[in-house]
Design a protein around this ligand. Structure first.
Ligand code: ACO
Length: 431
C-alpha cells in the first residue's frame, strides 16, 4: 500500500493512498484529526470523496458516464428504463427471467392506497408537483410501517424498492392531474413503465388515449439518462438521510427535495423559462442573443446561463449530446416547430464561442435540452423536474442500498467554529 506523507507542524503523518477503478486516486484522511487535531475545510465538497462506490463511473474531463461499467450511450440506445433500474440497484444486467419478475413486480404495485387519493384534494391546485411528490413519497411510509427498518431481510427491502418505483410514477401523474383539475387515471398493467406514465398523465376518462411509441421511446431514453450520476446533491442527500437509518421512503423524499433546486434538477424548468424570456425579448436575432450572453457573463445581473456548467463535467456532458440529438429527432417526428429550440441552438453556439464560457469550461449540461424534449412531448414545465426525479429514483435507491450494505456510519461532518468565544450571560437590563 502506498502512502502520502504530510508535514503538520513539524510532525510527519502518513496517509494511505487509495486507487479506485480507472486509476482514480484518493487520500484516506480518516486518522487526520486523531493524529494532528486538524480537520479539513472543503466548501461544496469539491475535493472530497464521500464514499467508495461501484455504481457509476464519471470522468468529467473526458465526458464519460457509465453505469456499472456500461457506457451511457449504449444503455440509452438499447435498454429499457426498468432494465437499467435493475442494473443500477442489483449490479448486473437482468436475465430475461429476472427482468420479467422485476417488471411484473413494479407493474403489480402501481396502485396507491385509495386513502392517498384523498390527500391530493388537500393540496391547492397550484401546488408545485415536486413538493407534492416529495411529501406523498414520505407519506407512503405511513401505509407500510413494517418496512421502515433499513436493516430488514433482503426480500422485504426488495418489496419496498418495487413499491417505490411503481407508486412514485402514479403519484407524479396524479399530482399533474390535480394541478389541471382532472380526474385521476388508474394505472394500466398492460402498458410498460413509460407508456403507463404517459397514460396516467394524459388520458381522460371521456375519450380513448392513443399511445405514441415515439414519445414513449423518447421518455424511456430520458429516464435512463437521468437514472444515476454518482454523488450529486440529491443522491448524497439520500445517503445522508439514510445514514441515520431513517427509512428508504424518508431518504428518497429528501432526495426529491434536494433535486428541486434550480442549481440541480430544477434547472430543466429554469432553462425553458429562460428561453421563453429571451424569445419574448426579441427572439433569436444575433443582437438579442449577444445581449443575453452579456447578461449571463455579468455577475451583477445575478443571472446565469441555465443548463450550462457542471460541477464535474469540464467538457461536454455526454447526456446533453444524446438529448440534443433526441430533441431534434422527436421534434421532427412529431412535427413540432418550437421557436425555443432555435433560441437554444443560437445561445449554445454563442456561448461555446465566447471566451468567458470557454475559459471557465462551461458546456451544456443534461438539462439544457431535456426541457425542450419534455415540452415537445406535451409535458408541462413544472412537471420537468418530476420526470427527472422518476428517472433518478433507481440511482437514489442503488446508492442507499450500497450504503446500508456497506454498513457506513452516520454522516456527521465537522465545522470550524468562527463565533464568539465564551462570554457570560448579561441580564436584559444591562444589554
Ligand atoms: N452561467 C454563467 N456563469 C457560470 C455558469 C453559468 N451557467 N456556471 C458557472 N458559472 C461561472 C461562475 O460564476 C464562476 O465564475 P467565477 O469563477 O468567476 O466566480 C465559475 O463559472 C464557476 O462556477 P461555480 O458556481 O463556482 O461552479 P460550481 O461547480 O459550484 O457550479 C453549477 C456548478 C451549479 C452547475 C453551475 O455551473 C450553475 O449554476 N449552472 C447553471 C444551473 C444548471 O444548469 N444546473 C444544472 C446542473 S446539472 C444537474 O444538476 C442535473
Amino acid at each position: 500500500m502506498s502512502t502520502v506523507k504530510m508535514n503538520v507542524e513539524g510532525k510527519t503523518i502518513e496517509f494511505p493512498s487509495i486507487t479506485g477503478s480507472e486509476s482514480k486516486k484518493a487520500l484516506d484522511i480518516s486518522n487526520l484529526r486523531a493524529e494532528t487535531g486538524y480537520v479539513t475545510l472543503d466548501y461544496g465538497l469539491k475535493n472530497t470523496a464521500v464514499t467508495k462506490s461501484s455504481i457509476t463511473f464519471l470522468n468529467g474531463e473526458e465526458g464519460i458516464l457509465r453505469y456499472r461499467g456500461y457506457p451511457i450511450e449504449q444503455l440509452a440506445e438499447k435498454a429499457s428504463f426498468l432494465e437499467v433500474a435493475y442494473l443500477l440497484i442489483y449490479g448486473e444486467l437482468p436475465t430475461l427471467d429476472e427482468l420479467d419478475k422485476f417488471t411484473s413486480g413494479v407493474t403489480n404495485h402501481t396502485l396507491i392506497h385509495e386513502n392517498m387519493k384523498k390527500f391530493f384534494e388537500g393540496y391547492p391546485q397550484h401546488a408545485h408537483p415536486m413538493g407534492v411528490l416529495a411529501s406523498m413519497t414520505c407519506a407512503l411510509s405511513s401505509f407500510y410501517p413494517e418496512s421502515l427498518d433499513p436493516n430488514q431481510e433482503e426480500k422485504a427491502i426488495d418489496q419496498t424498492i418495487l413499491r417505490l418505483i411503481a407508486k412514485t410514477a402514479t403519484i407524479a401523474a396524479w399530482s399533474y392531474k390535480n394541478s389541471v383539475g382532472h380526474p385521476v387515471m388508474y394505472p394500466q398493467n398492460r402498458l410498460d413503465y413509460s407508456a403507463n406514465l404517459l397514460y396516467m398523465m394524459f388520458a381522460k376518462p371521456t375519450e380513448p388515449y392513443e399511445i405514441n411509441n415515439k414519445v414513449v421511446s423518447a421518455l424511456n431514453k430520458l429516464l435512463i439518462l437521468h437514472a444515476d450520476h454518482e454523488q450529486n446533491c440529491s443522491t448524497y442527500t439520500t445517503r445522508v438521510v439514510g445514514s441515520s437509518q431513517a427509512s428508504l421512503y424518508a431518504a428518497v423524499s429528501a432526495g426529491i427535495m434536494a433535486l428541486w433546486g434550480p442549481l440541480h434538477g430544477g434547472a430543466n424548468q429554469a432553462v425553458v423559462e429562460m428561453l421563453q424570456k429571451i424569445y419574448d425579448d426579441g427572439g433569436a436575432s444575433k443582437e438579442n442573443i449577444n445581449k443575453w450572453i452579456a447578461r449571463f457573463k455579468d455577475k451583477e445581473s445575478g443571472q446565469r446561463l441555465m443548463g450550462f456548467g457542471h460541477r464535474v463535467y469540464k467538457n461536454f456532458d455526454p447526456r446533453a449530446t444524446i438529448i440534443k440529438k433526441a430533441a431534434d429527432e422527436v421534434l421532427d417526428d412529431l412535427n413540432v416547430d418550437d421557436p425555443l429550440l432555435d433560441i437554444a441552438k443560437e445561445l449554445e453556439f454563442a456561448a461555446l464561442n465566447d471566451s468567458y464560457f470557454i475559459d471557465k469550461k462551461l458546456y451544456p449540461n443534461v438539462d439544457y435540452y431535456s426541457g425542450l424534449l419534455y415540452r415537445a412531448m406535451g409535458i408541462p414545465t413544472d412537471m420537468f423536474t418530476v420526470m427527472f426525479a422518476l428517472g433518478r429514483l433507481p440511482g437514489w435507491i442503488a446508492n442507499w442500498k450500497e450504503m446500508v450494505e456497506d454498513k457506513q456510519p452516520i454522516t456527521r461532518p465537522r465545522q470550524i467554529y468562527i463565533g464568539e468565544n465564551k462570554r457570560d450571560y448579561m441580564p436584559i437590563e444591562g444589554r
